[in-house]
Design a protein around this ligand. Structure first.
Ligand code: HEC
Ligand code: HEC
Ligand code: HEC
Ligand code: HEC
Ligand code: HEC
Length: 308
């Protein structure tokens, strides 16, 4: 797989082949700059600033709402089952996840529960159970279905017409039988991860088994700072506690954070990732890879919390 190939280059060839990594890593037609509209989180696909992939490849498999935010947010009638996620427009299927705690790790000291809101939000696509276009409130008036809150209804989704291409005849999710029916490794060593021009998405399908992922829904130790294995958060904003990870002295999207939804400050997916992209340098510069809040160069993501 491409990911493993990248690591091999990193481990064995970094000193000699300095530039090989960049080529393999950000293999995308999106510019990954300026706006979420120019990233893979633009499910309509055609890039906001022009260019980008040809979204027509996806037209038979998802509704093209021609808007970026609507796949995740709605200004009105948001999902009432998940008030902690801002104006959430997506179907949130009720799910019990297998947590990292069930791995039986002997070194884990902190209480762990089901993923919190700022992980569930991501998992509404990345657990592969729900179509990427499964939203409650489709653009245009009267295209609203309250029963979509927890259950995907293809009959409702089929009422949408793609103006820029053929209508979707199936509504696919990030799963083996869905988007990965094209977006898989084709086994060709000269062209890893590409089937008919479709990049390999296998690594991005998290599923409902979270035992092999960094724990989420896990509490941050309240004893931290000098003499412990943990950094001390630098500040609090509402229910968020944050670290000044990009060391610029202010709270911003480049700061790793913890979310308190009533059980104390916890690690969730959005602790480390910002789904809208975070510039790697000055405003307008390319986003950090994989939507990370801070580039993981020198394990900077990990060292925001861990003292190791
Ligand atoms: C029938 C095969 C097929 C299916 C099914 C399919 N895709 Fe694709 N996809 C492609 C091809 C081919 C490309 C590359 C051509 C292009 O860029 O338009 C592509 C490109 C993409 C890109 C742009 C990649 C980049 O960064 O340049 C994204 C994102 C994407 N697809 C997402 C999806 C999602 C999400 C689904 C499921 C809802 C899906 N695709 C289903 C064939 C497919
Ligand atoms: C792929 C899903 C996705 C898309 C697309 C998306 N968002 Fe978000 N958004 C989220 C998630 C998840 C959160 C909660 C986590 C967080 O705070 O980053 C969020 C939080 C927010 C917040 C509150 C926190 C903050 O960062 O200020 C705002 C405002 C927001 N989104 C606006 C937008 C707008 C405007 C667009 C379209 C241009 C957009 N989002 C597109 C997923 C998305
Ligand atoms: C609306 C569905 C949706 C939601 C919600 C969503 N994603 Fe994604 N995400 C996708 C799709 C589709 C892709 C593109 C296919 C791929 O690259 O896996 C993607 C790609 C990614 C990638 C790989 C990006 C790259 O360029 O390599 C990361 C990392 C990611 N998402 C993390 C998150 C996190 C973290 C959240 C929550 C804060 C989230 N996503 C919410 C659909 C979603
Ligand atoms: C403690 C920080 C942290 C948390 C929490 C976290 N991630 Fe990540 N994630 C990372 C880092 C760092 C990478 C980059 C790995 C790399 O480049 O090899 C990554 C990579 C990814 C990727 C790209 C695929 C890959 O394997 O590189 C996806 C998709 C993703 N994360 C989604 C999620 C989702 C969904 C959650 C919540 C269930 C989550 N992440 C929680 C730090 C985190
Ligand atoms: C937002 C804070 C935060 C970030 C960022 C973070 N971690 Fe953690 N990590 C935690 C917490 C909290 C625990 C649970 C510790 C415990 O139970 O004792 C943990 C646990 C771990 C464990 C121990 C798991 C076990 O079974 O005992 C490892 C290993 C780990 N993290 C590695 C990483 C790596 C690698 C990164 C960077 C990709 C990272 N962490 C980023 C907060 C974080």
């Amino acid at each position: 797989m491409r990911r493993i190939l990248c690591f091999a280059v990193l481990l064995f060839g970094a000193a000699m082949a300095g530039s090989a990594l960049a080529e393999g890593d950000l293999e995308s037609k999106f510019s990954n700059q300026g706006s979420v509209g120019n990233t893979r989180h633009n499910l309509s696909q055609r890039q906001h600033s022009g260019g980008g992939p040809n979204g027509q490849n996806m037209d038979p498999y998802r509704n093209d709402y021609e808007e970026v935010c609507v796949y995740c947010h709605t200004p009105h009638g948001a999902n009432s089952t998940t008030p902690e996620i801002p104006l959430w427009n997506r179907t949130v299927r009720v799910t019990t996840y297998q947590t990292y705690g069930q791995l039986g790790s002997s070194t884990l000291t902190q209480p762990i529960g089901q993923p919190g809101a700022n992980s569930i939000a991501c998992l509404t696509c990345h657990d592969g159970q729900t179509a990427v276009d499964s939203i409650i409130n489709m653009p245009g008036s009267g295209r609203y279905n309250r029963s979509q809150e927890t259950t995907q209804s293809n009959a409702f989704l089929n009422t949408w017409n793609n103006a820029r291409g053929p209508d979707a005849t199936s509504h696919m999710s990030l799963s083996a039988t869905g988007c990965l029916s094209c977006h898989v490794n084709n086994g060709n060593p000269d062209d890893p991860g590409i089937t008919a021009g479709a990049a390999d998405f296998t690594a991005f399908v998290i599923g409902t088994d979270l035992r092999n992922d960094h724990p989420v829904g896990i509490r941050f130790p309240t004893t931290n700072g000098a003499g412990t294995d943990w950094k001390s958060p630098t500040g609090t904003r509402g229910s968020i506690t944050y670290f000044d990870s990009n060391t610029n002295g202010s709270f911003d999207k480049g700061d790793i954070r913890l979310y308190d939804t009533g059980e104390g400050a916890e690690v969730e997916c959005a602790s480390c990732h910002d789904p809208h992209g975070v510039p790697s340098g000055a405003p307008g510069s390319p986003f950090n890879r994989t939507f990370l809040r801070v580039a993981n160069t020198g394990s900077a993501v990990c060292l925001s919390c861990h003292t190791k």
